[in-house]
Design a protein around this ligand. Structure first.
Ligand SMILES: Nc1ncnc2c1ncn2[C@@H]1O[C@H](COP(=O)(O)OP(=O)(O)OP(=O)(O)O)[C@@H](O)[C@H]1O
Length: 767
């Protein structure tokens, strides 16, 4: 099962550990151990937060508190009759210490040393720890307290990877005895053991930041872990020899690795990329350990009476020991015999001591040889890994060499191509130099043209300055003419006004005279009208009277008519003369008017003539002025057109020349760059060829060197293997010799003691 970073403690327990805990209750020995790099959470997983919140475990409680709680819950639910005891030990620098031992009451803290406990073989292939405190517990909280006590006593120190790193391996064991009653009312005891192991971090010493003592300690820890690794490898590979005995850790876990226990391994890894190496190693261990096949076997149920008997016997022995110690009522013998025996005992003790010393020295030698063998093995492994690395290096060097050769051939081809390009470029350069010479001449011509153009431009600017002066003069002249014209127009307007005023006066006079004569004529005509009306009336009266009197006075009447006719003729003559007079007056006034009109027309004509003259003068002046302007403008336009044409032609030429020159210069620059590049390419190609030659040489040298080193290594490892085999054989034979001599001594001593104290046979425990 894989648990991600978000996995909860509960999930880990439920999936991985709970089934194992149930098996413990069925009488199996089970082990749960956590291993992995420092700081990856082994202690967190195994212990976590131990203390429970009111009645309940905290969410961060680890495997141990949960397992304990689970065991109690199940047993309580079954209403089982059970007993439980726990032990808690620490394995530090290959020394075992009891974490639950009663405190050393030394006065000074520095004197309070942790008492090391010996690990012994139980004769059935297992290991027994002598003197380990087994504490009987009745509730989970008691276990939690013991756990806290033991955890607090564990040796921790800070490393670069973990602030509080456990420096030791810790084994917490729970022993459970459950009483079962058979059908025949026989009481059986079912025993199960649960080992909960928190290994020390499998750290890289350099990376963990461990220094001096701690580095040695890390080495020791690595030794245990290294042996664990070797045991796993041997089990996976089904080797004949499994090196359980090489470390105390593997001796302790023997039953759990390939034995009859059920085992759960928790591998903790860090998600950090910096820990990749260790993560890979841990996962490799875990992967290999997964394929170990244990042969789980439940412990035999013991009959309660047998168990009780054993216990009673043990108790009896202890009681006797206690009593003898208390009452000092051991064996009483005569003094001489006591002295002789004491002397013999002393001799024997000395002998034993010397033998023990010998044995110790032999053991040390064996340890040394073992160390040497292990170191040799490690060295061999290192060399093998170095060899592998070197082989890989050689392979990569070969590959690099092939790549370089390929690159070299590619570079040669590109160099040839570049040579071809360079020769083409040189030819082109030659022709370009020729063209450059031509262009130089053209450029010189162009510079002459430019100087001419500049002269012309100068002239043009002079002309423009002159034109400006002329324009200024013309402007002042125009101002003067306009002023004159204005004065003339103002004078003629005054004259016209005066003339019109006099004409108005004369017209007024003429019209008043005319109206007077018309009035007079009107009055006369009215008078003549009246006269004519009265004459007509008289004539009518006369006609009437004549008609009346015609008959009577026809003659008189003719006389009267005659006299009246003459009067009328006279009157008409007067009237004609008067009318002639009036007509004459009218004619006269008409002639006067005509004269006046003629005078005014004459005056008007004069005025008009004058204004015509002045207008003609003005128009002439303006025409002249505009003619001048037109002439100037046309001249200027011509000049400008000319100069524009010239300058545009010059500029066109200049542009053309400039373009050509710049193209030539660009070409020249490109040629230079090509030259530089060609130089660089030749340099590079020489460098590459030199480098390739050097690399070739180096590769050959390295190959030679590697071959030499490999043969040396081969030689060293062969000799190491031989030596190790020789040492192992020697150690084996010495060990056997020692064993046999020890057995002999033991036999001798037993014989002696048998002879001396046939009833009280002491037991000698010789390891
Ligand atoms: N799953 C997790 N959730 C929260 N905190 C964690 C977890 N795993 C580890 N830690 C924290 O990381 C730190 C290191 O963890 P821990 O001491 O358990 O590592 P370790 O593997 O036992 O280290 P060492 O081998 O050095 O003893 C602790 O502070 C622990 O509380």
């Amino acid at each position: 099962q894989v648990f991600g970073p978000k996995a909860q403690q509960r999930a880990i327990f439920d999936h991985a550990v709970a089934p194992i805990v149930n098996d413990v209750l069925e009488g199996y020995n089970c082990t749960v151990f956590a291993f992995g790099q420092t700081g990856t959470g082994k202690t967190y997983t195994m212990e976590g937060e131990i203390r429970q919140k009111v009645g309940e475990l905290s969410a961060t409680a680890g495997v141990i508190p949960r397992a304990v709680r689970h065991i109690f819950d199940v047993l309580e639910a079954r209403k089982a009759d059970y007993s439980m005891k726990v032990t808690f030990l620490e394995l530090y620098n290959e020394d075992i210490t009891d974490l639950l031992a009663i405190e050393d009451q030394s006065r000074f803290p520095e004197d309070r040393q942790k008492r090391a406990i010996s690990l012994m073989e139980d004769g059935k292939g297992g290991a027994v720890i002598r003197g380990l405190e087994e504490i009987v517990v009745y509730s989970p909280s008691e276990i939690y307290s013991l756990l806290e006590l033991g955890s607090a006593r564990r040796r921790t120190a800070d490393t670069a990877l973990n602030k509080q790193s456990s420096r030791s391996h810790a084994v917490f064991s729970v022993y459970i005895h459950v009483k079962e009653t058979t059908a025949g009312n026989q009481e059986l005891m079912k025993c199960g053991r649960l080992n909960l192991v928190d290994l020390a971090g499998s750290e890289n010493i350099a990376r963990s930041g461990a220094r001096e003592g701690r580095a040695r300690e890390a080495g020791e820890m690595n030794k245990s872990l290294l042996t664990l690794g070797r045991v796993i490898t041997a089990l996976v590979e089904h080797s004949v020899h499994v090196p359980y005995r090489d470390s105390k850790l593997t001796r302790l876990l023997r039953e759990s690795l390939g034995g009859k226990a059920k085992t759960c391994i928790i591998a903790t890894v860090s998600p950090s990329i910096h820990c990749l190496e260790e993560t890979v190693v841990t996962l490799d261990y875990a992967y290999r350990a997964k394929s170990i096949r244990n042969k789980p076997e439940a412990n035999q149920k013991v009959c309660k009476s047998v168990m009780l008997k054993d216990l009673y016997q043990e108790m009896e022995k202890i009681k006797q020991d206690v009593k003898a110690a208390r009452e000092k009522n051991g064996i009483y013998i005569p003094q001489e015999r006591f002295i002789v025996e004491e002397a013999e005992k002393k001799i024997m003790r000395d002998k034993i001591e010397s033998l023990e010393l010998k044995l110790e020295s032999k053991r040390k030698e064996v340890d040394k040889f073992k160390g040497l063998y292990l170191a040799e093995q490690e060295h061999r492994l290192d060399l093998e890994s170095q060899n592998k690395e070197l082989k890989v290096n050689i392979e990569s060097c070969k590959k690099e060499f092939l790549d370089l050769e390929e690159a070299h051939s590619r570079v040669n081809i590109s160099l040839k191509e570049k040579d071809f390009v360079i020769s083409n470029l040189l030819r082109a350069e030659h022709s370009i130099v020729e063209r450059a010479k031509d262009m130089r001449g053209t450029l010189e011509n162009a510079s002459g043209d430019i100087s001419i153009l500049l002269n012309k431009l100068e002239r043009q600017s002079k002309n423009e300055a002159e034109n400006k002066g002329l324009l200024f003069d013309f402007q002042s002249q125009l101002d003067r003419s306009l002023e004159l014209l204005c004065n003339t127009v103002v004078g003629s307007v005054c004259e016209q006004r005066q003339f019109l005023e006099s004409m108005n006066e004369q017209n007024k006079i003429y019209f008043s005279a005319k109206s007077e004569s018309a009035n007079h004529l009107e009055r006369r005509i009215a008078k003549a009208k009246d006269l004519y009306a009265s004459g007509v009336e008289c004539l009518n009266e006369l006609a009437n009277t004549l008609h009346e009197r015609s008959i009577v006075h026809s003659e008189q009447m003719s006389l009267n008519i005659f006299s009246h006719a003459t009067a009328a003729a006279n009157f008409l003559a007067v009237m004609v003369s008067e009318a002639e007079q009036v007509l004459n007056d009218v004619l006269k006034s008409n002639s006067e008017l005509k004269e006046l009109l003629a005078i005014s027309a004459e005056q008007q004509e004069i005025g008009l003539k004058r204004s015509l003259e002045s207008a003609q003068f003005m128009s002439k002046t303006s025409t002249d002025f505009f003619e001048d302007i037109r002439v100037h403008v046309s001249r200027l336009i011509n000049l400008m057109e000319q100069s524009q044409i010239e300058s545009s032609s010059q500029l066109f030429k200049f542009e053309k020349d400039f373009k050509e020159l710049s193209i030539r210069e660009e070409q020249a620059a490109l040629d230079k760059i090509a030259g530089i590049l060609a130089g660089l390419t030749t340099k590079k190609s020489t460098m590459v060829s030199e480098c390739v030659a050097q690399l070739n040489g180096k590769c050959r040298e390295e190959q030679k060197h590697l071959k030499m080193q490999m043969s040396n290594l081969q030689h060293i490892s062969d000799s190491g293997i031989k030596e190790a085999a020789y040492y192992a054989a020697k150690v084996g034979s010495q060990f056997n010799e020692d064993k046999s001599s020890n057995a002999k001594i033991k036999d001798q001593m037993e014989d002696i003691l048998q002879q001396r104290y046939p009833s009280q046979l002491p037991t000698l425990n010789l390891v």
